[in-house]
Design a protein around this ligand. Structure first.
Ligand code: ADP
Ligand code: MG
Length: 496
């Protein structure tokens, strides 16, 4: 491993590629634990469901009772293959499980089964946008491993307990090269990776429950110098904390160096209450773990035809989908990126378009009014009270000229609150049809002209803007049902 580090040190000693912070270049590498969405554990048949009573989901294998043996869960391997395919990695035809030895009360075997020298997924990359700029972060590897149990500290009775429900839960640890150069880039990487693992359905992405947790390795250096000593911030389980923790860590390291102290390699924890990172232990080296191949498990062999079968069943990935939206529907890159933030959102858009919605209009409504409502209600598109079919119906009525903007918003509101469910019925019930009665409109025009002599005079005197006021008056008098473009034309004709 030290050889690889030297190679990227050499590669990374060039010009700074990110913003400098007080004259320092920031270097960040990530290790992410994605909990795989299998129903049972990685080496046993116990359930992985979250939130059960302590120790009700730990079987003899998870408890490391004598005589038990681990049996590989095929679903976990399949999920690793999916990730490798999504990120353009090499999927090792033969990888090896290793024992990582350490003592901790929540680790009954005294070692964790992981992969060390030969991981299942090797190389690959994650590409994403930070603002307008496209970034690519290279992956070193992704390996399969089991999670440990949990220590529960019941401060109020001064006792600690162990819950082994989580022991043996399948994880994929995804490790990047130290390619990131700012907090913003690191958070954008984590969001993109989160999007990909949930998109391909290998992880539920629930950060609060710990299904997706990131360790951020952070160091700073003066441009051109060799890589600085890193500190590893453990278990970041929200994007907000991630940003706060990395920002704090960068400031802290620069302060230390500026004060003439050296950074010591360490594992640190972020405390959301104080906004600070705090050293938890001096960082172990891999030699501390006395890794060796696990004699209880044969090498993991993945045949080419298995990879082909998984590939054939893979969903279209967000990037490919966004490109298709730009190409086939004429959407902007930005809109396409918004719509492909999650598989559910893209699916909703696709459904609206296949139900006959004009893509551009559907996109505007989804990324505009709909997104605002979803944010305010703190729900995802799956839970939106306005279904894709209904949005399509609404969009069709906008496109065919039945609904001006303002009326369309009223229909959306009625759909959202459940006041109505059929767009045409709502238009009928709320009397939102545009004013087609030429006689009625003509009467309104005459009244407005009569009542607003001053504006009429100004307009006739060459002040174009005065017309807007008149149009506004007509719209108001029509209850928003007149068509503004038509009103403008009619007014111009009457006043010329
Ligand atoms: P270990 O196996 O001891 O955890 P690795 O070499 O595998 O160490 O690196 C772990 C993570 O730390 C990787 O994501 C890597 O990109 C990152 N990393 C390595 N060196 C640095 C550094 N100097 N600054 C920031 N991140 C680093
Ligand atoms: Mg590591």
């Amino acid at each position: 491993m030290s050889e690889t580090v030297n190679t990227f040190e050499a590669q990374q000693q060039g010009r700074p590629t990110g913003p400098l912070v007080r004259g320092y270049e920031v270097i960040i590498g990530f290790e992410t634990h994605a909990q795989l969405s299998t129903a049972s554990k990685i080496f046993s048949r116990a359930s992985t469901a979250f939130g059960a009573e302590p120790n009700t989901q730990a079987c003899a294998v998870d408890l490391a009772l004598p005589g038990t043996l681990p049996v590989m869960n095929k679903g976990a391997v399949e999920r690793a293959i999916k990730l490798g395919l999504a990120l353009g990695s090499h999927i090792a035809p033969r990888s090896v499980f290793a024992r990582k030895n350490y003592f901790y009360p929540d680790l009954p075997k005294g070692y964790q089964i992981s992969q060390f020298e030969i991981p299942v997924v090797q190389g690959g990359a994650v590409s994403f946008f930070v603002g307008e700029e496209q970034k690519t972060v290279r992956l070193v590897r992704a390996h399969l491993e089991e999670d440990a149990g949990k220590s529960l500290h019941e401060d109020f009775i001064g006792q600690s307990g162990i819950d082994l429900n989580r022991a043996g839960t399948p994880l994929l640890e995804i490790v990047t090269e130290p390619d990131m150069r700012s907090t913003a880039e690191a958070v954008a990487y984590a969001k993109e990776l989160h999007k990909i693992v949930t998109w391909i359905g290998i992880c539920d992405g629930n950060m609060q429950e710990g299904s997706f947790r990131c360790d951020a390795n952070v160091s700073v250096r003066k441009p051109g110098e060799k890589l600085g000593t890193r500190r590893e911030i453990k278990n970041l389980n929200s994007f907000k904390f991630m940003q706060q923790a990395i920002d704090y860590e960068i400031r802290w390291q620069i302060d230390e160096i500026e004060d003439g102290r050296e950074i010591e390699q360490a594992t640190v924890l972020f405390n959301p209450d104080t906004g600070e990172t705090r050293a938890m232990r001096a960082k172990e080296d891999s030699s501390d773990y006395r890794y060796f191949p696990d004699p209880d498990l044969p090498p993991l062999v993945i045949a080419a035809d298995w990879i082909e079968r998984v590939k054939a069943a893979m969903p279209e990935l967000p990037r490919a989908m966004a490109e298709r939206y730009v190409r086939d529907h004429g959407l902007s890159e930005y809109d396409a990126a918004q719509l492909t933030q999650s598989a559910a959102l893209a699916g909703y858009f696709d459904e609206a378009v296949s139900a006959g919605a004009t893509p551009k209009l559907a996109s505007n409504w989804i990324t505009g009014e709909m997104a605002r409502r979803l944010n305010a209600a703190e729900i995802g598109i799956e839970a939106a009270p306005v279904k894709a079919q209904q949005l399509a119906q609404l969009v069709k009525r906008i496109a065919d000229g039945t609904l001006p903007n303002n009326a369309a918003r009223q229909v959306f509101e009625a759909l959202w609150t459940g006041e109505g469910s059929d767009v045409d019925a709502i238009i009928e019930a709320k009397d939102l049809k545009p004013m087609n009665d030429a006689g009625a409109l003509d009467k309104i025009l005459d009244e407005v002209i009569a009542k607003n002599a001053k504006n009429v005079e100004e307009y006739r005197g060459g002040k174009e803007k005065a017309l807007n006021a008149l149009v506004g008056q007509v719209m108001k008098a029509s209850g928003g049902k007149a068509n503004p473009a038509q009103v403008t034309e009619l007014l111009k004709a009457k006043l010329s």
